[in-house]
Design a protein around this ligand. Sequence first.
Ligand code: FAD
Ligand code: NAP
Length: 470
Amino acid sequence: MRVGILNSFKRQFSTSRCLSSVKPQICIVGAGPAGFYAAQHIVKHIPDAQVDIYERLPVPFGLVRFGVAPDHPEVKNVIHTFTKTAEQKNVRFLGNINLGTDVSVKELQNAYHSVLLTYGADENRRLNIPGENLDNVLSARNVVGWYNGTPWDKNLKIDLSGDTAAIIGQGNVAMDVARILLTPIDELKSTDITQYALEQIAASRIKMVHLIGRRGPLQAAFTIKELREMLKLNGLNTSFNRDDFFGIDKLVHSLPRPKKRITELMLNSIDVKKPGATKDFVLNFLRSPVEFLPKAGQSERSQVGCVKLAINILRGEDYTKEVAIATSQIETLDCDLAITSIGYKSVQADNEIPFDQKKGVVINSNYKVVDNFYASGWLATGPTGVILTTMSNAFATADVMTKEINSAIDKLPLKPGFEVIEHALKARNVQMVTWKDWEKIDEYEQQEGKKVGKPREKIVDIQEMLKIAA
Ligand code: FAD
Ligand code: NAP
């Protein structure tokens, strides 16, 4: 069926060439920041182009909706810019279409002049140590998805009835998760956090969260704004282990400014106690997990009870290149919940995509995969960088794409674009979600949110989203 439809379009459009009136057909896969920023740049520089954004979910915005913490609403303002792009007459949002199952890369390449993949990082790195499969050893990606309403994380089995959580990794995702677990519940109630997460966090008994880094304070991946936020959190004490800072006070003056400022803040916050505080946030450096063990007296498949940590030393030329080397010294940290936050990872959505399995990125040279085929955002760069970083690389990618299209504009062969894909999707019974459909979902979520004083109550079930969209 697929081949039949394609062939009929190929016959129709095959060798015919038009000298100037061919509309450039451009396809983007992934409606996150990289996808929207690339679309914005393309329509600005090729006003005649038709830009189609395919998205697996019925709802747009990627990690802006499903990653950014609910208590950081200001970060989500980028949604207004994305909405303006989506509302342009030559931009089309096509939700609920999954690359790899509903449509293939080959089909997109046949239908469009240019294909850009921006489908992000859908998996997480694993520690690959014993005990990682115990109950209540969770990945931060799933925990974030749980409180932010990613449809496949809504039933995450998370037990918050113990008092101590250990988070492995010291990036901003680890900070987000720690903050959500430690924030007074009244401060979360007016955010767009999912209702079920809010209820479970309200009943949480977690009083102490450890953030565990394998390297030292100079290599901490979190940023100063996120640390300040923790230091200001109501009812929370914060502490560091002074021994982890051995020698650092002597070289702090020689550090570049941003590193100097965050290091000074840590040195000035070794033990911050607030009157009446009931919760503790502890940052541990130079520790690598080697094994998670079950609670005493429980079998291998039961709930985590502690994590064994190797004590590390650092080796390397300067602090930016230092690596952690485990010593034979081991210490044990009791915990009732363990969350690994050591980075996300992309997947190969379709066998036709040249993919580096080890790095978890699409193989590309400056965002170009092969002719007329590009990748950008976390899928191309790896899973680091804030929205602004992603914006810069999406603009850079779109710049290469637009220059290539514009330089060949008089020689573009006719391409069918969405028309041929729409036929195929209909034959496969895929319910497409348009921008107007998303607006219905958006309106519904906002109305539901209003009833409980939240900006929105996210729908977390794909079938329910599709029902509203229809
Ligand atoms: P994504 O945002 O992941 O978008 C990819 C899109 O592709 C998604 O919509 C996804 O559904 C879709 N997709 C996936 N697979 C397919 C498929 N097979 N077919 C079709 N579509 C598909 N940055 C900040 O500046 N501030 C913050 O506060 C902040 N908080 C963050 C919190 C977390 C937990 C995380 C993980 C990141 C955060 N970031 C933050 C970073 C920011 O989210 C990223 O820089 C940015 O989202 C990367 O954009 P992207 O478009 O590459 O990927
Ligand atoms: P990240 O910043 O790369 O941090 C990953 C952490 O995991 C680092 O501390 C890293 O330590 C550690 N790690 C990696 N492999 C490990 C291993 N095998 N064992 C132990 N520790 C390991 O990644 P992230 O936290 O997932 O964040 C991704 C991006 O999103 C970042 O750019 C972040 O700034 C951004 N983000 C921003 C915000 C915000 O602006 N508020 C919020 C969330 C996310 P090493 O340094 O030693 O490798």
